[in-house]
Structures are given as structure tokens and as C-alpha cells.
Ligand binder design. Sequence first.
Ligand code: ZN
Length: 145
Amino acid sequence: MKLTDNFNLKEMIQSQTALRNGIDNTPSSEHIENLKLLCENILQPLRDDYNLPLVITSGYRSKKLAGLVGSKITSQHCSGCAADFTIPSVDNKKVFKHIIENLPFDQAILEYYTEDNGGWIHVSYVPNGRGQALTKDKEGYKAWQ
Ligand SMILES: [Zn+2]
């Protein structure tokens, strides 16, 4: 199922952990709607701005999957509102700043970023979102300055 021009449902729900553990990671129709809004408002605009593919490392998480990957069931991944991704050939800090300056995000987190490993970006979308920008590393969350 296509969600936007360059994003499909499959990449938003695929999980090696779910496959390995035989977990059904199928979202409800409401959660699919949320994934679509995330693609329409954040991920597709990024894809278009950079003209480069995004690699989704974690999108939707069913409650069972959340348990296995150590994520809270209140995580926005569990409602289809959030995804983790990288654009492999672009520095994630640049992409993160681009989101903050240009897109109607709810929460953006630059996770475990160093110049060497690049980390990844967590981003969520809900209508009229908070626009909350954070960094996260082994010491926890900090507000982005
Ligand atoms: Zn995440």
C-alpha cells in the first residue's frame, strides 16, 4: 500500500525483531492513517527537499513489539505517529536542523549523534504539534539549543 509518492506501508511496519519473534506488527486503520500523515507532512517533504531516499529504521511498533525492543507502549511509534530514520549520505544533524526550521513536526529527537556514527533521527507528527526538539544519548534527553 502506497502512503505517499515515495513511501509505502511495508517500510513503515517492517521489523526484524517482529519477524524473528513471530510477532504480528500489523497496524489498525487508525494507525495507518497516522503513518500516512507522518509521511505526508514530514517524511515525503524531506525526501523531496533532499531528493534522496530515507532509510526507515523503525516505524510502527505494535504493543508486543514495543515490549521486545524496550520501548514504552505510550511511545508515538505505537500509534503510527513516529519513525526513526537516516538519510545515509547526509549528516543527521543537518537533517535534524532542516526539520526544525522547515517542517510542522510534533517532536524531533537527534539520537546518539556523533560526527563519526551519525546516530539517527526520531520524528513524530500530530496536527498542531508541540514542535519539541531534543537530543538523546546515554545520559538521557536534553533540550536542543
Ligand atoms: Zn523513535
